[in-house]
Write a protein that binds this ligand. Structure first.
Ligand code: NDP
Length: 253
């Protein structure tokens, strides 16, 4: 995407990023802060979150809020309690990037381990929903809220071996579409991003023999991540965007 946002694109915006400790989420949190946003970091690993928070402090001169929540065990009550804490700290949320996710097992359906299946659904779908439900009141306080989910090419077209992960990403696309319709008349847009193959730990575990140098980095994807959080995408809702539109799904040759 050729998009050159102004450096103050996200000035006065408050944006929460899940899975902000690593990979694409870490880069998105840093990028949003670089473009003026106050970011709120969510992840499960305190040490990694603290390190991202300190990088943001170096950029902006103020330490962002960060919270640990392990999605593997998080309940709806945990998500409500987080939202309650947030509402004591911030007046609204202008954006939420649902980015945290796990891969599960890459193997055929008849070999998918039911416990791993449930873990993938818990992290990728259930907690994403619990958090969305808890954060909606804060998002609806914004005059231009943006709720962004993270999808995948296997969440639009099933592919052998991608089991729970693919099914969870179909569910994510569905969640986005339902919410987009429900909030059409409000100042809240709801969309998905499919990052496409990107140089991260998750990608390396899915394709261990692939040369990571042939992949885009999280930073390369940021124009779309910025566009969807800023005012230039104000009228878009219910859509699923590709951060790498010309890339064919699968291993990079
Ligand atoms: P990474 O594995 O690099 O990062 C995943 C993030 O999610 C990390 O911050 C991780 O935390 C967090 N996370 C994982 N499990 C939990 C949990 N139980 N509780 C809280 N946080 C958790 O993955 P990517 O950056 O590659 O992926 C980001 C998103 O993009 C995912 O939704 C993924 O499905 C999607 N995607 C990625 C593609 C790619 O090629 N990379 C392609 C298509 C989609 P921690 O640092 O503690 O591990």
């Amino acid at each position: 995407m050729h998009y050159q946002p102004k450096m103050d694109l996200l000035q006065n915006r408050i944006i929460l990023v899940t899975g902000a400790s690593d990979g694409i989420g870490r880069e998105a949190a840093l990028t949003y802060a670089r473009y003026g946003a106050s970011v709120i970091l969510l992840g499960r690993n305190e040490e990694k979150l603290r390190s991202v928070a300190h990088e943001i402090n170096a950029l902006r001169g103020s330490l962002p809020h960060w919270f640990t929540l392990d999605f593997a065990s998080a309940t709806p009550e945990d998500c409500q309690s987080l939202a309650h804490k947030l509402s004591g700290l911030i007046p609204r949320l202008d954006g939420v990037l649902h980015n945290a996710g796990i891969l599960g097992d890459i193997r055929p359906m008849d070999e998918q381990d039911p416990q791993t299946w449930q873990a993938v659904m818990q992290v990728n779908v259930n907690v994403t929903f619990f958090l969305t439900q808890a954060l909606l009141p804060l998002l609806l306080q914004s005059d231009s809220g943006s709720l962004v989910f993270t999808s995948s090419s296997v969440g639009r077209q099933g592919r052998a071996g991608w089991g729970a992960y693919a099914v969870s990403k179909f569910a994510t696309e569905g969640m986005m579409q339902v919410l987009a319709e429900e909030y059409k008349q409000h100042n809240l847009r709801v969309n998905c991003i499919n990052p496409g193959g990107t140089r991260t730990a998750m990608r390396a575990s899915a394709f261990p023999t692939e040369d990571p140098d042939k992949l885009k980095t999280p930073r390369d994807l940021m124009p779309l991540y910025l566009w969807l959080m800023g005012d230039d995408s104000r009228r878009k809702t219910g859509m699923s965007f590709d951060a790498q539109p010309n890339r064919k799904p699968g291993i990079s040759e």
